[in-house]
Design a binder for this molecule. Structure first.
Ligand code: PEP
Ligand code: MN
Length: 267
């Protein structure tokens, strides 16, 4: 179902009136994790003012260490809903358990499947049974074919609203957190009709690299971006080193728009 042979035309996914894919460019932005009411509201207001269309924020966090901050969970979800109510921005947040599929389907606008769960087939099957856009991140060391087959798991169940997200893959290189595979955007666009966005924050782990790679992603034809922004990155509970300050995000949007003029996409 994800195969370009099944559908020549690029898919458009409508999220509360915001169109993702086929000539549209969508920026999802916000903190790695929801940390407090003040934090999520402040970041939501600022990224909205800079042009982000969708608010991201983790409530359930898949951390490498069990002793690291695990997210505010249900309280975090409530705060995201509050930020949505105030700003009008749809929300995207990560799901980690099949148990929460029903709740997320009711309360979240885009359900994110993180890299670590890209091949959690039970979760993918459960998400295939609901009518809600799914943001499917590429697995830590998944091939393009494996990634597309995971999209297929969701679509096979009847949910065809899948947005792909390239977020870097694991290679031998340690300078960056992951290696951003921009060629995957071109490959996926050739192989599939699904929209694909790029997350240069998790791909690099380095704030100073994010803007240039966001511009490069726009240049190769990505349908959007996921960008981490924090109002106080030095004290962030998660991923501070890759989080842009609000004014840096504003600058990123201005420069990405210059590329969009060249590639003929609208934001
Ligand atoms: C995230 O977006 O917060 C995240 C954990 O990303 P990934 O699954 O790509 O590591
Ligand atoms: Mn993060």
């Amino acid at each position: 179902k994800a195969n370009r042979k099944m559908q020549e035309e690029c898919t458009i996914i409508d999220v509360n009136g915001i169109k993702i894919g086929r000539g549209n460019f969508t920026i999802m932005s916000g903190p790695c994790s929801v940390e407090s009411r003040d934090q999520i509201l402040e970041v939501a207001r600022s990224v909205k003012a800079s042009g982000a269309q969708i608010l991201r924020g983790g409530a359930y966090k898949p951390r490498t260490s069990p002793y690291a901050f695990q997210g505010m969970e249900l309280e975090g979800l409530e705060l995201l809903k509050e930020a949505k109510k105030e700003t009008g921005m749809p929300i995207v947040t990560e799901i980690m358990s099949v148990d929460l599929v029903e709740k997320f389907a009711e309360e979240v606008d885009i359900i994110q499947v993180g890299a670590r769960n890209m091949q959690n087939f039970d979760l993918l099957k459960a998400l295939g049974k609901i009518d809600k856009p799914i943001l499917l991140k590429r697995g830590l060391s998944a091939t393009i074919e494996e990634w597309l087959m995971s999209a297929e798991y969701i679509m096979a169940g009847g949910n065809d609203k899948v947005i792909l997200c390239e977020r870097g893959i694991r290679t031998y290189e340690k300078y960056t957190r992951n290696t951003l595979d921009l060629s995957a955007v071109l490959a996926v666009k050739k192989l599939s009709h699904l929209p694909v966005i790029v997350d240069p924050s998790h791909a690099t782990g380095k704030r100073w690299m994010v803007k240039k790679l966001a511009m490069a992603a726009a240049a190769v034809g990505a349908d959007g971006l996921m960008i981490e922004v924090h109002n106080d990155p030095e004290n962030a509970l998660c991923d501070g080193a890759q989080s842009l300050r609000p004014e840096q995000f504003e600058d990123l949007v201005i420069d990405v728009k210059k590329i969009l003029e060249v590639v003929g996409k609208k934001m």
